[in-house]
Design a protein around this ligand. Structure first.
Ligand SMILES: *[C@@H]1O[C@H](CO)[C@@H](O)[C@H](O)[C@H]1NC(C)=O
Ligand SMILES: *[C@@H]1O[C@H](CO)[C@@H](O)[C@H](O)[C@H]1NC(C)=O
Ligand SMILES: *[C@@H]1O[C@H](CO)[C@@H](O)[C@H](O)[C@H]1NC(C)=O
Length: 660
């Protein structure tokens, strides 16, 4: 018969081991560290609390906690001992040893007849507790990285480039900035920096201007930092007919956990480095869709401005940035929830948003692309959505957090998605003062609609919208944190996207991240019922159908590849879920592919306008999982001409009532 102590030891040991495995290798959820530490402490109290561990003078658990544990029945013990003696006589020795081995190693129950095994199994549990503490605290405690000094390239266009500098050492001031063509033949001093202060966490934006397009430059600073960048193609040049860039989201240092790794190493960068170097044409930039820091994973240690700033510094202090190919890749950024708190929808003046926003502004926004014309400008406005063009594509980068309100209430009672990771204290955000449910806020929403309605120059065939959270409602787990929680706003944007494809002959691509999975989704345009004539439609316009009727009658353009497409990819270096969370639920969001597994995923987008046919362009999306090409998909931009005329007729027929 197993004693109470054995049962407790086996239970706590098993819970600790399973939890540690999940926490260190699968999902760094905030539930696990307290669970692992508590179970290991109880386990140790239990195994060292019993008499056999240190000889007969030790007090038993019963003596320590008489109310919790029953006194072991003496009779029973005696009987058991006798039985075991019998066993010994009847069974081969090996059998008993094997049983004991399993008991000691699998269940963690020490057997003091076998002290070596017992100490080993206890040691394993202690080690798992230490690994857990190491994973949570080594980075923050041993790497405050207050003195980290670095430069990184941000937004680069055809005539200018922005470089972010951090240098906290005031003895380096004044600092001189030099620039040369990449062959380093003619250096010019472009800037002198006299002041770097605590107000920006010692960051500074260096802007290089009046550059030549499609040209590689090298910069060098008097603090010995240097780097290089290549300017974008001139808008109407031959070179502007193609563009390659990368996109992904979500990085967390040293996950999955490796005890021997640097606490700040980002394992996914090993794969990224390989991908960057294998691309047929060099990537112009990394479009990073948020969760650059995980302030609340595995545990939120503080919500102070100091802590948020330190989290950015820790990512930039990672040794992984020096991997080949990564030191010269420019990054541009959108904001997502783990830059603030899990599933953040608490507005932009509720704590901890202001503390979270500060380093995002200084480390990322400062060297991001320009903000759209008409949006509030100036450092005080802190506008965090961006618009730019590069070669055959134009881009609109959304901020899906700063301006958002709580999601729409769920129609049914399916509010089951408790956060598996991140801070549970944030699962109910403070109520937002604005009643309307919006992901973008009025100003950004209007700016996006205007962008979608604006024609592009002849060589631009793609409007690419970056959204940190997925546009699709096919993700069943955590839907309300995605655009699935803002369906009214989403349907207006979707209508504007369909209109852009129809009226401007442009294909809309949505790039998103956040879910730690890959999916490709198509949004075919709604069409009127087959066999319904124009007059009937006109009648409908007069007597607008209810939304319920509309749903029943809705059918979608069956043309393969027609409509906006979304590619959602992540994580660049983080966990993925062991269960499936994505499912097509109607014909509005058509699933093309779903590849959830992999700790490191990155999408490479290559756009090529076809020579000799100025109207057509190809976009190839290549998904890399753990450094290997996993899937490729090629799209064409919509044809214009005859098709446009047809589309135009279609538009006039349907636009009266379908999209309100
Ligand atoms: C370096 O680049 C400049 C500008 O592109 C060019 O004029 C010069 O000839 C180059 N020098 C060498 C040695 O390649
Ligand atoms: C804009 O950001 C800066 C830097 O974080 C901050 O000091 C300022 O208060 C912000 N302005 C507004 C209006 O939020
Ligand atoms: C905060 O969000 C509201 C609502 O979307 C918006 O009107 C306001 O401009 C935002 N303020 C800042 C400083 O971003």
């Amino acid at each position: 018969m197993a004693s109470t102590e054995d049962i407790i030891a086996a239970t706590t040991s098993t819970i600790a081991r399973l939890s540690a495995y999940i926490f260190l290798r699968w999902i760094p959820g905030h539930h696990f560290p307290p669970l692992i530490l508590t179970t290991v402490v109880i386990y140790l109290a239990c195994v060292f609390g019993r008499s056999e561990a240190f000889g007969p003078s030790r007090r038993s658990l019963h003596d320590l906690f008489p109310k919790l544990f029953h006194h072991p029945d003496n009779h029973e013990k005696k009987g058991q001992a006798e039985k075991e003696v019998h066993h010994d006589l009847e069974d081969p020795v090996l059998y008993k040893e094997e049983k004991s081995f399993l008991k000691v190693f699998l269940l963690g129950i020490p057997d003091w007849m076998e002290p070596d095994w017992s100490y080993l199994t206890i040691g394993i549990n202690i080690l798992l507790a230490l690994f857990t503490l190491d994973q949570v605290f080594r980075g923050p405690l041993l790497h405050p990285v207050q003195d980290v000094s670095f430069t990184r390239v941000g937004y680069v266009d055809s005539t200018s480039a922005k470089v972010l500098l951090r240098e906290p050492d005031s003895s380096q001031l004044p600092m001189y900035v030099y620039l040369s063509p990449a062959n380093m033949t003619s250096w010019t001093t472009t800037d002198t920096i006299y002041y770097l202060g605590e107000d920006t966490d010692y960051t500074h934006v260096i802007t290089f201007e009046n550059l030549l397009p499609s040209k590689k430059y090298t910069y060098s600073l008097s603090n010995d930092k240097s780097g290089e960048f290549t300017t974008a193609a001139s808008p109407y040049s031959e070179a502007s007919n193609s563009l390659t860039f990368l996109t992904s989201s979500c990085v967390k240092a040293n996950f999955p956990y490796r005890p021997s790794a640097h606490a700040l190493a980002i394992h996914g960068f090993d794969h990224l480095s390989k991908v960057v170097r294998a691309l047929p044409s060099p990537a112009s930039f990394m479009l990073f869709l948020g969760d650059f820091i995980y302030v609340d994973v595995p545990l939120r240690l503080s919500s102070s401005l100091r802590h948020y700033r330190a989290e950015y510094r820790r990512v930039y202090a990672s040794p992984s940035w020096s991997l080949p190919g990564l030191d010269t890749l420019p990054w541009i950024h959108t904001l997502d929830d783990h830059e603030i708190a899990n599933d953040w929808s608490g507005g932009n003046d509720t704590d901890p948003f202001p503390a979270a926003s500060d380093p995002f502004i200084h480390y990322h926004v400062s060297v991001n692309p320009p903000i759209p014309a008409g949006a509030p400008t100036g450092p005080e406005a802190n506008t965090t959505f961006f618009k730019f063009s590069n070669g055959p594509a134009s881009f609109f980068m959304l901020d899906t957090r700063r301006y958002r309100t709580d999601p729409e209430p769920k129609p049914s009672s399916s509010s089951t998605s408790k956060p598996l990771y991140g801070s549970s204290s944030q699962s109910s955000n403070p109520p937002h003062p604005h009643a309307k449910h919006t992901m973008l806020g009025a100003v950004q929403f209007a700016s996006l609609l205007k962008y979608l309605a604006t024609p592009e120059p002849a060589h631009v065939h793609w409007k690419i919208i970056a959204s940190s959270v997925p546009f699709t409602k096919n993700w069943r787990f955590g839907t309300s944190d995605t655009w699935g929680g803002f369906l009214q706003e989403r349907s207006q944007i979707l209508a504007a996207m369909h209109a852009a494809e129809r009226d401007l002959g442009i294909r809309v691509i949505i790039l998103s991240g956040d879910r730690h999975e890959f999916a490709a989704i198509r949004y075919p345009a709604p069409i009127s019922d087959h066999g319904v004539d124009q007059r009937k439609n006109l009648d409908r316009v007069k007597n607008r159908p209810s939304s319920k009727q509309l749903k029943q009658h809705k059918s979608y353009d069956p043309t393969p590849q027609a409509g906006p497409h979304e590619f959602s990819v992540g994580p660049l270096s983080m966990f993925y879920l062991p269960f499936r969370t994505f499912k097509q639920i109607d014909d509005e969001d058509v699933a093309i592919n779903y590849l959830p597994d992999g700790n490191s995923k990155v999408g490479a987008v290559h756009i090529q306008n076809l020579a000799g046919d100025a109207q057509r362009s190809l976009l190839k999306y290549s998904l890399y999982i753990d450094g290997n090409l996993a899937w490729e998909y090629t799209l064409t931009s919509p044809a214009i001409g005859a098709d446009m005329a047809k589309a135009d007729r279609m538009r006039r027929r349907t636009s009266g009532w379908l999209w309100d």
